[in-house]
Design a protein around this ligand. Structure first.
Ligand code: G6P
Length: 612
């Protein structure tokens, strides 16, 4: 978590740095800070608790005209979110400033040694040891010192460092946390991800693990931390529309991103379907020897959070239509188990950011054990995208709101494409392939219709925001959506407690909680488990529980049992999760707004969980 940024060039650094921090705020937002090397080789820094506007206010009093600077937005791992713990951190003499995303695992031992040698520490963070280590070992140049010092460090880092003792540069380094360098004209930029730089320059270099970069105003060089040799790296063109990282007419990114979903589906499916042949083309998988894909006899989907619920929908789809056994594993669990994997196992990592530490570690373990590794990733050039043997990009565009919505819908859509792709190279019939792809093609229109319920959902949020608890239930394809609905509510309307359950499990516990003060949301499209869901609704009603139902248009009888109904258009059963999730995303967003919460940046959360 945490976001870092850096600037070196012809302009004042603080302008870009503040803008970048705002765009990186989704990575953490408990405190922020900035350090700028002034024209007379003075180093000014400002740190502040809370979000970027607090820092901005403070900076008005302490303007710095310097053209070299680094900045940080923090999600606390070590030490409270206080000003002392906010980055940048410095050495004893405030000659060296460091911003860091990651965790230095052996910081306690290093700190003890440094204290013994007379260093004075100001914070409780792991990061501060880096500044003192550089001070302790400074020799010749900042990069030479860092190449030396990084060898003592264990853990994960994306670092940017400036120093008065070697002032015309920013030195960066990467291991396990993401870092990009963006090349401009007489100016260069650094950030945790390219969305922070969109609109400033468009040539990016994605640093790989164990690489150090020396960035000056007009140049850069990359050096391997392990061999100390220069590394040749290619620049990629950044294909990111700056409007995509701004709120536009919306007050919240979360709502903007939900309303982008019809467009997202078009982008996720564009050029990938041939409906009249019932075929799907996934360029990212075509690079593989197709017999490898045909021979897969087991799939393990690895993901965390919302992405894991997309994975669960994928499990149901792939088993039913591609006939391949699938398991879904949480990254945080899988990485510490002894998973049974062989070369016929495909491990699919599903991740919006492509940086989630647990997903990444699980993927590496699967790779080591010989699995074919695939990715369904939204962020182009991210670590998971680069680590996998092959994969499919979501093309959902940058997702800024911490809680995932459009990326989640895109993940399910891509899993449906993958189902047809793998199904058709096995025994899925032309008719089934056609039926699914034709219906996927219809989704953007159907979703527009779902979004027309916006006002009704907003009113429902007003009505239900006074409750303290909510239970979400669904069966089969919509069981994961019940989980997702509850998670989304927990994330953005966290004063309300929510649980997601498989409808059939209700009698094994949750039913005990039901009474007139404990409403339930049932996802009950007219599908193969409709009758079963109906029985569960009866059981809730019999205990005076209130019901909101997500039901298929035209279902009038549902009004006999549900207190409120949100209709979704008719579609194939396997695609109902896509339509059903959207009202739940809107509901969570409006509940959060009703409760007066910051729905884009809920407390304690971060979008990119790059630590365990
Ligand atoms: C965090 C985010 C969630 C996201 C999860 C997995 O918890 O707040 O929105 O679903 O990480 O992230 P990934 O980038 O791997 O999809």
């Amino acid at each position: 978590m945490c976001g870092i940024a850096g600037y070196i060039g012809k302009n004042q650094a603080s302008g870009f740095l503040l803008d970048a921090l705002k765009r990186l705020e989704y990575r953490g937002y408990d405190s922020t800070g900035i350090a700028v090397l002034g024209k007379e080789n003075t180093l000014n820094y400002v740190r502040s608790v809370g979000k970027i506007n607090a820092l901005e206010e403070k900076m008005k009093e302490r303007q710095s005209d310097g053209c070299i600077g680094i900045a940080h937005t923090r999600w606390a791992t070590h030490g409270y979110p206080s000003e002392a713990n906010a980055h940048p951190h410095s050495d004893c003499n405030e000659n060296i400033f460091v911003v860091h995303n990651g965790i230095i695992e052996n910081y306690k031992i290093l700190k003890k040694e440094l204290i013994k040698n007379g260093h004075k520490f100001e914070s409780d963070t792991d990061t501060e040891v880096i500044a003192h280590l550089i001070e302790e070992h400074f020799k010749n140049s900042l990069e030479e010192t860092m190449l030396n010092v990084l060898k003592f460090i264990e853990g994960a880092y994306a670092l940017a460092v400036i120093s008065k003792d070697d002032p015309e540069k920013i030195v960066v380094a990467k291991k396990s946390s993401p870092l990009v360098i963006c090349i401009g004209k007489n100016e260069n930029f650094i950030a945790s991800d390219s969305s922070a730089i969109a609109g400033y320059a468009d040539k990016v270099i994605y640093l790989d693990d164990d690489e150090l970069g020396v960035v000056t105003k007009d140049d850069y060089k990359i050096i391997s931390i392990t061999s100390n040799n220069k590394v040749q790296k290619n620049c990629c063109k950044m294909d990111l529309d700056v409007a995509k990282v701004q709120k536009g007419e919306y007050e919240h990114f979360l709502l903007k991103e939900i309303f982008e979903i019809p467009e997202v589906i078009k982008n996720s499916t564009r050029g990938r379907m041939i409906p009249d042949q019932g075929l799907v083309k996934l360029g990212g998988l075509e690079v593989l020897d197709q017999s490898k894909l045909r021979n897969i006899n087991r799939i393990i989907i690895i993901a965390c959070g919302t992405a894991s619920f997309a994975g669960l929908v994928g499990e149901y789809m792939l088993e039913e239509y591609a006939g391949i056994p699938v398991e879904v594993e949480l990254g945080s669990e899988f990485r510490y188990r002894k998973p049974i994997i062989d070369s016929k196992t495909a491990v699919i990592a599903v991740s919006q950011s492509g940086e989630t530490a647990d997903t990444l570690a699980s993927l590496s373990e699967a790779k080591r054990k010989g699995a074919l590794t695939l990715g369904i990733v939204n962020t182009v050039g991210s670590t998971i995208a680069r680590e996998t043997d092959a994969g499919v990009y979501n093309h959902a565009g940058p997702e800024i709101s911490v809680a995932s919505t459009k990326a989640f819908i895109s993940q399910i859509t891509v899993l449906a494409l993958l189902t047809v792709y793998l199904g058709r190279i096995r025994d899925m019939s032309l008719v089934t392939g056609k039926r699914i792809t034709e219906e996927i093609d219809e989704l953007p229109c159907l979703i527009e219709k779902v979004l027309e319920n916006d006002k009704q959902i907003r009113d429902l949020a007003k009505k239900y925001s006074k409750y303290k608890n909510l239970l979400f239930m669904g069966r089969k394809y919509n069981y994961p959506i019940a989980e997702e609905g509850a998670l989304k509510l927990k994330e953005v309307a966290y004063h309300i407690h929510a649980e997601g359950y498989a409808g059939g499990e209700m009698k094994h516990g949750p039913i005990a909680m039901i009474d007139e003060n404990f409403p339930s949301i049932f996802i009950v499209p007219s599908d193969s488990v409709y009758e079963k869901n109906w029985s569960n609704m009866e059981e809730v009603k019999a205990r005076r529980g209130k019901i909101i139902a997500i039901a298929t248009e035209g279902n009038e009888e549902i009004k006999d049992i549900a207190d409120d109904v949100i209709y979704i258009p008719k579609t194939l059963e396997i695609l109902t999760p896509i339509l059903a999730a959207i009202p739940l995303h809107l509901f969570a967003a409006y509940m959060g707004i009703e409760l007066g919460l910051d729905i884009d940046r809920p407390r304690n959360l971060a979008k990119s969980v790059t630590v365990e």
